[in-house]
Design a protein around this ligand. Structure first.
Ligand code: DON
Length: 571
């Protein structure tokens, strides 16, 4: 029965006006939301997308095949992810987009969530001054003002197709449903209790029997919200019925986002950070992300060492990289926050002098305890998702977008069908109290009305000889910059293929706690040798879900991380 009804679940999205008049109009493609496969790597010649879900990658590739460019794909893929990957794809969250246009000019769009006007520094402390992380991590009070929809409209001027066309696939997926993967079923099952606890109207994610692979997820309310955005633009989200529903949801309990907060939200253009590493030119995202600064610091800290002769995950290479990470993350805790509220000393943090001074205490063969990393001062003072896109014109687009935790705050806006983020937990809710990723902070990242919380997201672009080379990025909370770091080093120093660079085991150090986190498969000999040097190791689950597109002449090699349902598409 399902087979029959599903055989021709076809998307006739481009040219929506025609479609809405008659469902029998020309079918332009046949992405079958009931039968699809994950594709981990491929080589294309014209355009490619890699992201967390096969249907969303297909949507991005299709849009480019039909005359759109990488910016069109960026919009359509994010919207599709908001439907087929509800744990992280979103319209209730925020993100960063970094792009290199075909003319070589860089673009940085900051559509990070921001604290509502009623937010205050101590809003998550109880009467005794204790941090209430359950409030910053779950439910309505955990949500920052969402930025994603504004981000999509800020991307539109660089695209070729209409927004009406680009949102149609997402509407179709929400309205007609799609079958879920085993991983999605597992994730939904894990969150059932939380969905019941943090919602007054039971959302479609709750089921009386456990979800299983092959079940269909239909999201009618989300489809209606997407239609309002299709009809009214960004106002379809930030004003009118959707805004009313968000505010009504806030009022059901302890939420503080108001209509004024929503109407006032704006995307900020940020100037990407740029640096060189062994002949490659790297562009990363500036504050309010810590990602670009950390990446710049760690890469410069290791550049003068012969990494390729040390070898991949050799004791020498790993120790050096761990020590670089330790130092960069110590700086993250003290110096990084929203640059519109706190002066982030970017130039000092990445200066040659400072990098050399920071590595002065590095002792090969011996761990530097985190407590010995001096707090520097200067004169001037797991759920997120990544999309990599490249098109035949040479546009490179790298986007990391997030709800923060898996399914964000777990609160679905009643009647509007989308999850709200729990991004407020990315602020330092109390100096020294770790957030859900174990990151600590202080003044630089304290809560203030309208301020954007510090992020670790690190979408990157790499060029060589002024030509596109790599589009990359990953989710993973605080592990994001180190995953990107290791992916780049794997490709540049250890000459790995994109798939190996992404899929080989990773390790992570973030200053505090003073631990080296390792994935399954990390070499035992390196671990044992480093334990003798004074390092502590902790096993942990998957680090990151990295998507890489590598272009060399007409060859576009794409790799999607094996750690999830991540999938590539292109032509
Ligand atoms: O912006 C940040 O740094 C976090 N909200 C990212 C969260 C994340 O990557 C979760 N993914 N696994």
């Amino acid at each position: 029965m399902r087979k029959l009804s599903c055989l021709f679940i076809l998307f006739t999205w481009l040219f929506l006006p025609a479609y809405s008049q008659s469902k029998n109009k020309t079918t332009l493609t046949s992405i079958d939301a009931y039968h699809y496969q994950v594709k981990k790597e491929s080589v294309y010649t014209k355009a490619a997308v890699a992201c967390a879900h096969p249907l969303a990658s297909e949507v991005g590739a299709y849009v480019m095949q039909k005359g759109g460019n990488a910016f069109d794909a960026a919009i359509a893929t994010q919207l599709a992810l908001a439907v087929v990957y509800p744990g992280a794809g979103n319209i209730g969250g925020g993100g960063f987009l970094i792009a290199r246009k075909k003319d070589g000019k860089l673009l940085g769009l900051d559509y990070r969530e921001q604290a509502p006007a009623k937010a205050s520094r101590d809003m998550y402390l109880d009467g005794a001054g204790n941090a209430q992380t359950q409030l910053s991590q779950n439910g309505r009070l955990a949500a920052g003002v969402p930025g994603t929809v504004a981000g999509l409209f800020a991307t539109l001027p660089y695209a070729k197709l209409s927004f009406t066309q680009l949102i149609q696939p997402a509407i179709q997926l929400a309205e007609n449903g799609f079958v879920i993967t085993e991983k999605e079923a597992t994730n939904l099952n894990k969150s059932q209790e939380a969905f019941i606890q943090y919602n007054s109207v039971i959302p479609v994610f709750v089921k009386s029997v456990p979800w299983k692979a092959g079940d269909t997820l239909v999201q009618k309310e989300l489809a209606n919200t997407l239609k309002r955005i299709q009809a009214n633009g960004a106002k379809g989200f930030y004003e009118g019925e959707t805004a009313d529903l968000i505010v009504a949801e806030m009022k059901k309990a302890n939420g503080i986002i108001t209509k004024e907060d929503l109407a006032a939200y704006t995307v900020k253009k940020r100037i990407p950070l740029e640096f060189d590493y062994r002949g490659y030119h790297i562009a990363g995202f500036p504050p309010p992300s810590s990602g670009g600064i950390i990446l710049w610091q760690v890469m410069k800290m290791i550049e003068s060492y012969p990494m390729s002769s040390y070898g991949f995950q050799s004791t020498q290479a790993t120790q050096l990289m761990v020590e670089a990470e330790r130092r960069a993350y110590a700086d993250r805790a003290k110096h990084m926050g929203d640059p519109d509220f706190f002066k982030v000393p970017v130039d000092s943090l990445v200066s040659k002098y400072y990098i050399a001074q920071r590595m002065h205490t590095f002792t090969p063969g011996k761990a530097t305890p985190s407590s010995n990393i001096p707090k520097s001062s200067f004169p001037e003072s797991e759920e997120t998702t990544h999309i990599s896109i490249y098109d035949k014109e040479g546009n490179m687009v790298s986007i990391t977008t997030t709800l923060n935790g898996s399914y964000g705050s777990k609160t679905v806006v009643g009647g509007a069908g989308f999850l709200l983020n729990n991004e407020m937990d990315d602020f330092s809710i109390k100096p020294g109290v770790p957030n859900m990723y174990g990151a600590v902070g202080g003044e630089a990242n304290a809560i203030a009305p309208g301020k954007r919380m510090l992020s670790s997201m690190c979408p990157v672009l790499v060029t060589k000889n002024n030509k596109p080379y790599l589009v990359a990025g990953t989710p993973g909370g605080t592990t994001i910059p180190t995953s990107v770091f290791q992916t780049l080093v794997n490709m540049i120093d250890f000459t790995m293929t994109p798939a190996d660079a992404v899929n080989k085991p990773k390790f992570h150090h973030q200053w505090l706690p003073d631990e080296v986190y390792i994935e399954k498969g990390f070499p035992e000999t390196t671990k044992q040798e480093m334990i003798k040097m004074g390092y502590h190791f902790t096993d942990r689950a998957a680090i990151g879900r990295t998507e890489v597109i590598c272009t060399q002449g007409n060859r576009i090699s794409v790799a999607a991380d094996i750690r999830g349902d991540d999938s590539v598409a292109g032509f």
